[in-house]
Design a protein around this ligand. Structure first.
Ligand SMILES: Cc1cc2nc3c(=O)[nH]c(=O)nc-3n(C[C@H](O)[C@H](O)[C@H](O)COP(=O)(O)OP(=O)(O)OC[C@H]3O[C@@H](n4cnc5c(N)ncnc54)[C@H](O)[C@@H]3O)c2cc1C
Length: 426
């Protein structure tokens, strides 16, 4: 029987899921997303120096053809970088979406509204949008993705650039200005790439609690094949012991050991209880993030050159306050020290990244939790789902919103697989 399936969100997760459902079934699809948000947060930067962290040949739209993005770049941009600008991926996604609309003019309906709430009725759900309209669907999938970027605004100052991804956001920085960056992870790398592109010469200080920097990809080692299946459902201590052993066994190829976990990470994570997940988030996540979410070698080289030339300095610290103008005084408390250091800088850039601990604070999530349609994971990083993404009867989720239950579900290769499974399930 043909059903109507609603998808909330027009980021990569929403678009690939619509494609999978329309291709595999005869269901009707209603997809909700505000004008201008297609492609989602990750690919919203228009700065071509911001690169994908997955090679171009692995970023294809669907499971049937991983090389499709590579061919799209070749056809539309000429040469294909090993790691393409994220902006190219957004253009590619928008092309895929347009093609989908053309192929299924009667089965796909796009509603340019933000969804505020869902109400379950006997047949399915009423979907309530911000403009006070409502729509019916039998089954609904939340593809509402990454939370917004973490704010520095409580330290409000005209010299803080809150959103480095806004077009022209960094144009006001003069080439010899002193720049401070809050955060030392992937968004900091984006900021450094933008500054490098505009030939910035002034000193840059980046700070974070641990001062960790993301590692770069290195494809000079062969993949490592490890069967982790006997670790599923075992305590952390056992997984970590085995992990350390495998690192010793493959001492020249830690990347291979991390990558070997990928097919098992969702099941390993799913087997953990809340206390174990919280312990990972508090103690291990910073290590996981810099080893797992590696950056393009060319991006890594630029960051390394900035460090070795002394232009970039990394501090383990937290910000206490900023005051004054032109320059402003930024006060950092170094980790483990009592003293507070003062820095004179022209600009402070917010590179704290998406606020994953705040992903349930959004109105739709709050409403779903309040009405009992969804259950918040006590880790605070998402809704509880089953291994495929089921939230409750006829309600599913896909992509980063499933992080609390699946963890490894945020990058294109993982979302692609989840979309295929969900399309078969709904
Ligand atoms: C900066 C950054 C860089 C990344 N780089 C890579 C990379 O190189 N390679 C890779 O594989 N992965 C990368 N990722 C991971 C990325 O999360 C996924 O690739 C993917 O884009 C997630 O897509 P999504 O659609 O689930 O979420 P999002 O991209 O966040 O899209 C969600 C969409 O839903 C909309 N929405 C939210 N709530 C509602 C609502 N209530 N009603 C209607 N619409 C709503 C939003 O406006 C948005 O358009 C990156 C992530 C970030 C943050």
């Amino acid at each position: 029987m043909s059903k109507s399936i609603a998808i909330i969100g027009t980021g990569y997760s929403g678009i690939i899921l619509a494609w999978e459902i329309l291709t595999r079934t005869d269901h009707q699809v209603l997809i909700f997303g505000l004008e201008g948000t297609d492609g989602g947060l990750a690919y919203s930067s228009t700065d071509v120096s911001h690169l994908l962290n997955v090679p171009s040949e692995k970023m294809g739209f669907n499971n049937a053809n991983h090389g499709d993005f590579f061919h799209w770049v070749q056809a539309n941009m000429g040469s294909v970088p090993q790691f393409s600008p994220r902006f190219y991926f957004k253009q590619y996604l928008i092309d895929c979406f347009k093609e989908l609309v053309n192929q299924h003019p009667t089965r796909l309906q796009i509603i340019r509204q933000s969804v505020h709430n869902l109400i379950r009725n006997q047949r399915g759900f009423l979907i309530l949008t911000e403009d006070q309209k409502n729509y019916f669907c039998h089954t609904c999938v939340l593809a509402s993705g990454n939370p917004a970027y973490t704010n520095l605004a409580k330290l409000a100052n005209p010299h803080i650039i809150e959103n480095i991804y806004e077009p022209l956001a960094l144009d006001k920085i003069s080439s010899h200005d002193r720049v401070m960056i809050a955060g030392s992870s992937l968004s900091m790398v984006d900021a450094l790439l933008s500054l490098h592109q505009k030939k910035h010469r002034g000193p840059i200080i980046a700070f974070s609690r641990r001062g960790f920097l993301p590692h770069g990809h290195d494809f000079s080692h062969p993949p490592v094949l490890i069967d982790w299946s006997n670790q599923i459902g075992t305590p952390w201590s056992s997984i970590l012991k085995r992990f350390h052993q495998e690192l010793k066994n493959h001492s020249h190829n830690w990347r291979g050991v991390i990558d070997s976990l990928r097919p098992y990470t969702q099941s390993l994570w799913y087997g953990l209880n809340t206390a174990q997940k919280n312990s990972f988030l508090q103690h291990l996540r910073p290590y996981w993030d810099i080893h797992r979410h590696r950056i393009a070698p060319e991006a890594h080289k630029i960051v390394s050159n900035m460090l070795s030339s002394g232009q970039l300095k990394i501090k383990m610290a937290r910000m206490i306050k900023i005051h004054g103008n032109d320059p402003c005084s930024a006060f950092l408390k170094p980790r483990g020290e009592k003293r507070i250091d003062e820095y004179q800088v022209e600009w402070v850039l917010n590179c704290l990244g998406p606020a994953i601990q705040a992903c349930l604070d959004r109105p739709l999530m709050k409403n779903l939790i309040q009405s009992g349609l969804g259950t918040a994971c006590k880790t605070g990083i998402g809704l509880i789902t089953d291994p495929i993404g089921k939230v409750s009867e006829n309600l599913y989720a896909i992509g980063p919103i499933c992080r609390a239950s699946l963890w490894e579900c945020i990058a294109v290769p993982d979302i692609r697989i989840q979309a295929e499974k969900l399309a078969k399930e709904v």
